[in-house]
Design a protein around this ligand. Structure first.
Ligand code: UD1
Length: 436
């Protein structure tokens, strides 16, 4: 059944939000369990559709996967499958993370090519070039990547551009390769560090964590381990921006403030007050006049592309002119047309959107084209008059755990309805029951 979120015009957000584990950390951690035969544990796992999809991929390969609360158990003792089919990969691009570990442990892998996504082409050429550098033979046919190798051989590989996904896949392959691999210009996102910690706990020999040169001494085998997923910096950032947009005051808890430096600096530059403690960040925008701040996305620690759409909503809400440039995904502007349906004034040229702030938005039906675009529309709905109905919310189910419950704690009642009854009189379902 298709559903919509109905977001009411809201008062200032007030309160605390406990931030969930990061899906972008958990998905590589799950793929890494394929490198051993044993029972691995991942803690702080969010209940999200993307986690379910990765669980289905692992089950298809022969693993037993069970999520109890936020504790995920993955038993790979009888896991010998080497094929990830299109019907699973097409649901979630990160399925391609199984390529490296399958190739490393079984000597072969057949993974469907993920294709593009809502914000344009998303190539996997670097994943493939990396496997070839480790001596794998790779063929593309019938929409699949077929890779095989005896034992992979360690090698030097330089990423021409920083890529989170390709760094994940190369790490997952190189840990079991014969000899030394050196990865230059590797991604340094916190989710990569989380993966390095897990792999080293499994017995891998990876040096240089946190730097963009990673040295991996291949080992013959790895053992199962237990790891805690890091907090979701994008979820935390989304709620902080929501507080700024509504001139509220909220604290995101169980986060790592150092993972959000670029956002914190940009929020501070708007005029909001931002306080950090060891594992929490408070934003106070009450009774303050904020000004829009231009941002440019880039690889970590620069401003995250996954917070770009939400930041654009903030710029829309503030008087003044600003620009949002995405250098990571130059076509990631699907949310612009939907924001304009709500009354925003945005022009896109190349990889830059120019925004003239609007005193008020008016609620309307809009469509989430992807996960973070959906988040941007939720935030816009908070400041639009009347209510905003957001459709295609399956995208939000991929990345925001208990969105309704978390907003309810902040004083906002978002409803989830069947999409053919957007007038909220009938078939209203209490959101908490649907969001678990
Ligand atoms: C990951 C995140 C995604 C986030 C993105 C950028 C996960 C599951 N996904 O995606 O949420 O938006 O990082 O922070 O963690 N590129 C190539 N060839 C490749 C791979 C990437 O040209 O083989 C390019 C991309 O087009 C893009 C840049 O490299 O311009 C960075 O992409 P990358 O970091 O790989 O993004 P993902 O890992 O797909």
């Amino acid at each position: 059944m298709k559903e919509v979120y109905q977001v009411p015009a809201s008062q200032s957000l007030q309160g605390d939000v406990i931030i969930s584990g990061a899906k972008n950390a958990v998905l590589p951690l799950m793929a890494a369990t394929l490198l051993c035969r044993g029972t691995s544990i991942i803690n702080n796992v969010p209940q999200l559709d993307d986690v379910d999809t990765m669980a289905d991929v692992l089950r298809y390969l022969g693993a037993k996967v069970e999520l109890q609360g936020s504790r995920l158990t993955i038993d790979t003792r009888e896991c010998d499958g080497y094929q990830a089919p299109y019907h699973l990969v097409t649901k979630m691009r990160a399925s391609i993370y199984v390529l490296g570990p399958l190739l490393a442990r079984l000597g072969q892998a057949s993974v469907a090519l993920p294709g593009g996504c809502a914000w344009g082409p998303r190539p996997v050429d670097l994943h493939i070039a990396g496997m070839q550098a480790l001596s794998a033979k790779v063929e593309l046919s019938h929409g699949n990547i077929h890779a095989h190798a005896g034992r992979l051989k360690g090698a030097d590989f330089t990423f021409p551009i920083s890529s989170v996904g390709a760094t994940v896949n190369l790490l997952l392959a190189a840990v079991l390769a014969d000899g030394t691999t050196r990865l230059f210009n590797a991604a340094i996102e916190p989710e990569i560090d989380n993966l390095v910690d897990q792999l080293n706990a499994m017995g891998a020999q990876i040096f240089g964590k946190g730097s963009n040169t990673l040295v991996i001494e291949g080992v013959a085998e790895l053992q199962a381990a237990e790891i805690d997923a890091i907090a979701d910096r994008i979820e935390a950032g989304t709620y902080l921006i929501a507080a700024a947009i509504t001139k509220g005051k909220l604290t995101v808890k169980q986060v790592q403030p150092s993972h959000l430096t670029a956002l914190i600096d940009s929020l501070t530059a708007t005029g909001a007050l931002v306080y950090c403690e060891d594992d929490s960040i408070t934003l106070d925008a009450q009774r303050r006049t904020l000004k829009p701040i231009s941002i440019k996305t880039g690889p970590y620690p620069l401003f995250a592309t996954d917070l770009q759409p939400q930041w654009m909503t903030l710029c829309v809400s503030l008087a003044g002119v600003s620009q949002v440039t995405d250098t990571v995904y130059p076509e990631r502007f699907q949310h612009v047309a939907e924001l304009c349906r709500l009354g925003a004034n945005i022009r896109v040229k190349g990889n830059t959107a120019s925004i003239i702030g609007t005193p008020s938005l008016s609620g309307a039906p809009v469509k989430a084209s992807d996960l973070r675009a959906g988040a941007a529309l939720i935030l816009a709905g908070l400041i639009a008059t009347e209510h905003t109905d957001i459709s295609d919310i399956h995208h939000l189910d991929r990345g925001y755990q208990n969105l309704i419950g978390k907003f309810a704690n902040l004083g906002v009642t978002i409803h989830r309805h069947a999409s053919h009854t957007t007038d909220c009189q009938t078939k209203t379902t209490p959101l908490l029951s649907l969001c678990g």
